[in-house]
Design a protein around this ligand. Structure first.
Ligand SMILES: [Zn+2]
Length: 234
């Protein structure tokens, strides 16, 4: 009996410190969890104030690859500086004949094709109206039609000169959407080849472009000269 009591005492004495530690842990975890709750509350109120957009549940047959995208539209103003250039390089090229000085390589009645000064890839061009218009809604029907015919013409030229396997063609409409010159709308056309986006731009933030802009300009200039000649013959 005496032995059992001693054992029970020993058990109790061993358990006590454990329970103390436990209670301490509980207190501290309560404290930290209350802090977490406070910051969670703060975060949730932040998210509310930043108009977090809920993800759409897409039809998996139409959109088989669903991705988790964290939409934070209110953050864009911190990402993009709102640019206020004094002049407009696109208007400068619109006023003059196509020239390597403005990088404008082709003009129609309403539109122009300009080489991108800082290409993402060889053959990267911009297609845009001659008039200083920032909103696609403000284009006349004639200017809109001409812009898109010129867009296709530019893609024809790139296809003939560089024979790419694909294109990224698109427009950043407005400063918030990422337009560098938001007041003068412009399409980007970036030719693409299999494997052209390798790891190098990711690790070095550097893109290899195999041709200078001046060399590209000569290529487009020759293409449009030949096109004009073939049109005048027919
Ligand atoms: Zn302009």
């Amino acid at each position: 009996m005496a032995k059992r009591k001693t054992l029970e005492k020993a058990k109790n004495s061993k358990q006590k410190p454990v329970s103390k530690v436990k209670s301490k842990t509980t207190k501290s975890s309560k404290k930290s969890s209350s802090l977490k709750n406070k910051s969670a509350l703060k975060n949730s109120s932040l998210e509310k104030s930043e108009n977090k957009v809920p993800l759409l549940k897409l039809n998996e047959q139409i959109w088989p690859i669903e991705r988790d995208i964290f939409f934070r539209p209110a953050r864009l103003k911190y990402v993009r500086k709102i640019l206020k250039p004094s002049g407009c390089v696109f208007c400068d090229s619109a006023k003059n004949q196509p020239s390597v000085d403005t990088l404008c390589v082709y003009k129609t009645e309403y539109s122009q094709i300009i080489l991108n000064k800082f290409p993402y890839n060889t053959g990267h061009v911009l297609v845009l109206p001659l008039n200083h218009i920032g909103q696609i809604f403000d284009l006349t029907d004639a200017a809109f039609m001409d812009l898109h015919q010129t867009l296709r013409l530019a893609m024809d030229a790139i296809q003939a000169i560089y024979n790419p396997q694909g294109f990224n063609t698109g427009m950043n409409h407005g400063a918030t959407a990422g337009a560098g010159i938001p007041d003068h709308l412009h399409y980007h056309i970036v030719p693409r080849w299999n494997g052209d986006l390798n790891f190098f731009p990711l690790i070095a933030e550097t893109k290899l472009v195999i041709e200078t802009v001046e060399e590209s300009y000569k290529q487009f200039e020759t293409y449009f000269k030949n096109l004009a000649a073939s049109r005048s013959q027919s």
